[in-house]
Design a protein. Structure first.
Ligand code: UD1
Length: 360
């Protein structure tokens, strides 16, 4: 069976890595990877292919930047062409990026069946661009694979039960598989360079969502980080580069270590060893939960409500008072509570694809 995987952004590389490794064990699958080019800096893209040994993409479409419509539209046109040349039996998509949506629309119009991994996640906020991508992708897909029972229930509420299954979160597979390699502080250039005491005596901040990238919102977040009792490691997403440079022109943030985007192993090391995580990333919220590290989420909607239990992940507004309040709420961990499956999602994804499309 010829499977076309379309990926383009950092979190998709991590999920695709574990599934691609599983697909290689099955001789009846021939996987073709197409990279849209949405993320293109070395440390946002190629570094992940090298570090996670992801099979090299057959094509890189080189499409990034611009408005949502420009990016999504250009990707659709190029992906339609790739799909017509590759002639896949099915398409495999991950998450909620513009690359996911573009591939879903192109494949659906060519009547190619789509498998969507991370299906059913809902924030209830249609001003969140990723929510539009999630809803549209789910409604044109043939096989919907949910990371949690709550996501599965969301799909049921939208009339999609027949093609939906709970398989767990492939990010948990990756977390288990790669945490064992992410154990030495020397791995983390950024902390050794800046003499940050690890483990435990630092905070880990990531912030890149459209909701938090305007100048004043980002400045309020950095002001709050500068007040904390331990240093804050902040790898700056390219989306925020220009604003961070402008903010640093006005003020010296001595408690924040600004860094380039990190590799996956460095990031895993920081999640596993941070005092707390502060983020707006859906992936990092789940990784903090897997690691048992308290998380504060800089959004006004829940992406993964399963993590928002017993003080483990608290929403905060991008101001000092709200962030400090959230960070002070203690967390309690119930080791028996694991809504994200057993860390074997990749093999279940492959088995589901095999049985759904077994006529190919
Ligand atoms: C995208 C996804 C988001 C995901 C995130 C992970 C959408 C709508 N959003 O957001 O769901 O959580 O990726 O990081 O698809 N840029 C660079 N270098 C790069 C990549 C991007 O300079 O390697 C620039 C782009 O040119 C653009 C900006 O950063 O100007 C934003 O990038 P974009 O791909 O639009 O969205 P992300 O914020 O990365």
């Amino acid at each position: 069976m010829k499977l076309l995987t379309v990926i383009g952004a950092r979190p998709q590389f991590i999920k695709a890595a574990v599934v691609s490794h599983e697909l290689l064990k099955h001789s009846n699958f021939e996987e073709h990877i197409v990279h849209t080019g949405q993320h293109y800096d070395y440390n946002m893209s190629k570094a992940f292919f090298e570090e996670l040994s992801i099979p090299l993409p057959k094509e890189n479409l080189g499409i990034s930047g611009g408005s949502h419509a420009q990016m999504t539209g250009s990707m659709m046109v190029a992906l339609e062409d790739s799909m017509q040349r590759i002639q896949p039996d099915a398409v495999l998509l991950y998450g909620d990026t513009n690359s996911t949506l573009a591939a879903a629309l192109a494949a659906a119009k060519l009547h190619i069946p789509i498998t969507h991994v991370e299906a059913g996640a809902r924030t209830g906020s249609k001003t969140n661009p990723e929510e539009i991508n999630r809803i549209c992708t789910d409604h044109v897909s043939s096989l919907l694979l949910a990371c949690t029972e709550e996501s599965l229930a969301n799909l049921g509420n939208e009339g999609l039960s027949a093609q939906s299954f709970f398989i767990g979160d492939p990010m948990l597979d990756a977390f288990f598989e790669y945490s064992m390699y992410a154990v030495t502080p020397e791995l983390v250039d950024v902390s050794t360079k800046h003499k940050i005491e690890v483990p435990g005596r630092f905070y880990y901040l990531t912030c890149h969502r459209e909701e938090n990238t305007d100048f004043s919102t980002l400045q309020s977040i950095l002001d709050a980080m500068d007040m904390l009792d331990y240093p804050v490691i902040y790898p700056v997403h390219p989306r925020n580069r220009a604003n961070v440079m402008a903010i640093l022109g006005d003020k010296d943030y001595s408690n924040i270590v600004f860094a380039d985007p990190l590799g996956y192993l460095e990031s895993l090391y920081l999640v596993n060893n941070a005092e707390q995580v502060i983020t707006d990333s859906g992936g990092l919220q789940r990784e903090a939960f897997f690691a048992g590290v308290k998380c504060t989420t800089l959004l006004d909607f829940e992406v993964w409500p399963e993590t928002m239990v017993e003080g483990r992940n608290i929403l905060a507004q991008p101001g000092q008072e709200s962030i400090l309040h959230a960070m002070q709420i203690p967390q309690h961990i119930d080791p028996a509570y694991n809504p994200f499956g057993d860390g074997h999602a990749a093999s279940k994804i492959v088995a589901r694809i095999e049985s759904a499309f077994n006529s190919y």
